[in-house]
Design a binder for this molecule. Structure first.
Ligand SMILES: NC(=O)C1=CN([C@@H]2O[C@H](COP(=O)(O)OP(=O)(O)OC[C@H]3O[C@@H](n4cnc5c(N)ncnc54)[C@H](O)[C@@H]3O)[C@@H](O)[C@H]2O)C=CC1
Ligand SMILES: [Mg+2]
Ligand SMILES: [Zn+2]
Length: 273
């Protein structure tokens, strides 16, 4: 059974998460504070919004204006929970971060400049002046593992931890299909042509609001030319000499693990939802 379910709890009490720019307030008991207690702390609140239920208890988001200091508390970034937290906690935090970012970035109407209002019972911001509606922002992105014979193509950006290589990824542009995006991004980032695209699965990725659409593809032609400023290094790796890979929860890692499992005749791994 899933311990985290998103929605619009109406009941009073329950838990609250205090969020500011992809970080959460934490004390010795964790990130979930009793909501009524947290409210009494008179934090600089930008917005409050119901998020859902964790183990049947309502959870609200307190989106803060600035990262306050509180005795016995610290701020912890979402990335810290990518490795450690169990899946349902990470899903809840990823959701909270995306809703918090969206609330913060849609306080004013992009069309008339009026103040936006949250809509009760729906994840929507509304401009009472010009009727504009804003839903949480999602950015579709492709991610692809390219194979050539037995080798796989992995690349790194200078933003990655030292030594880590990953699959290629990139945002979908207006007017293109995800498949066109794969061809364009692969061409841009490493100068290669690919064929036999195979859709594998998808994953919501809260850094900051991507929807990852994962593919396997085969090398067709070209020599690797890393895109300046974007790709620090890209290489063909043999399966028995792999570099440091992305964390197990990521679809990037899943695309690699799936390829390796199938190659060895092992059962398919499971992509965390
Ligand atoms: N879950 C996973 O396994 C992985 C997820 N990702 C995610 O995939 C996404 C795309 O990967 P990147 O290589 O960074 O993208 P990319 O190859 O398209 O290049 C990034 C650049 O695109 C521009 N950009 C930023 N936000 C954009 C948007 N919403 N729409 C269009 N362009 C935008 C910026 O100039 C940015 O520097 C990122 O959110 C990243 O966090 C990337 C690798 C692994
Ligand atoms: Mg990219
Ligand atoms: Zn407006």
């Amino acid at each position: 059974m899933q311990r985290w379910v998103s929605g619009h709890p109406q009941e009073s009490g329950g838990w609250a998460l205090a969020h500011y720019r992809q970080s959460f307030l934490a004390d010795a008991n964790g990130l979930l504070f009793p909501r009524e207690w947290l409210r009494r702390q008179e934090l600089p609140l930008l917005a409050e919004q119901p998020l859902g239920w964790f183990e049947g208890q309502p959870v609200h988001l307190f989106e803060l204006d600035r990262p306050v200091e509180m005795p016995g508390c610290s701020w912890q970034g979402l990335r810290q929970f990518l490795m450690g937290a169990e899946q349902d906690t990470f899903r809840m935090l990823g959701y909270a971060t995306q809703i918090g970012t969206w609330l913060r970035q849609h306080r004013f109407c992009g069309s008339c400049g009026g103040r936006m209002q949250a809509t009760a019972g729906e994840r929507m911001m509304h401009c009472p002046n010009c009727d504009l509606q804003h839903y949480p922002r999602l950015s579709p992105s492709m991610i692809v593992l390219i194979t050539r014979g037995d080798e796989i193509l992995l690349a790194r950006s200078e933003r990655f931890p030292p030594g880590m290589y990953s699959t290629l990824a990139g945002f979908v542009e207006p007017g293109e299909s995800v498949e066109q995006c794969v061809h364009r991004e692969v061409q841009e980032e490493v100068g290669l042509q690919v064929r036999d695209l195979q859709y594998v699965g998808s994953q919501g990725w809260p850094f900051p609001h991507s929807l990852m659409l994962g593919f396997h593809a085969r090398y067709e032609s070209g020599d690797i030319v890393p895109e300046p400023g974007e790709i620090e290094d890209a290489r063909w790796f043999s399966p028995d000499q792999l570099p440091m890979l992305p964390p197990p929860r990521s679809i990037s890692r899943y695309l690699i693990d799936l390829y390796l499992a199938r190659r060895s005749g092992l059962p398919d791994p499971v992509l965390p939802d």
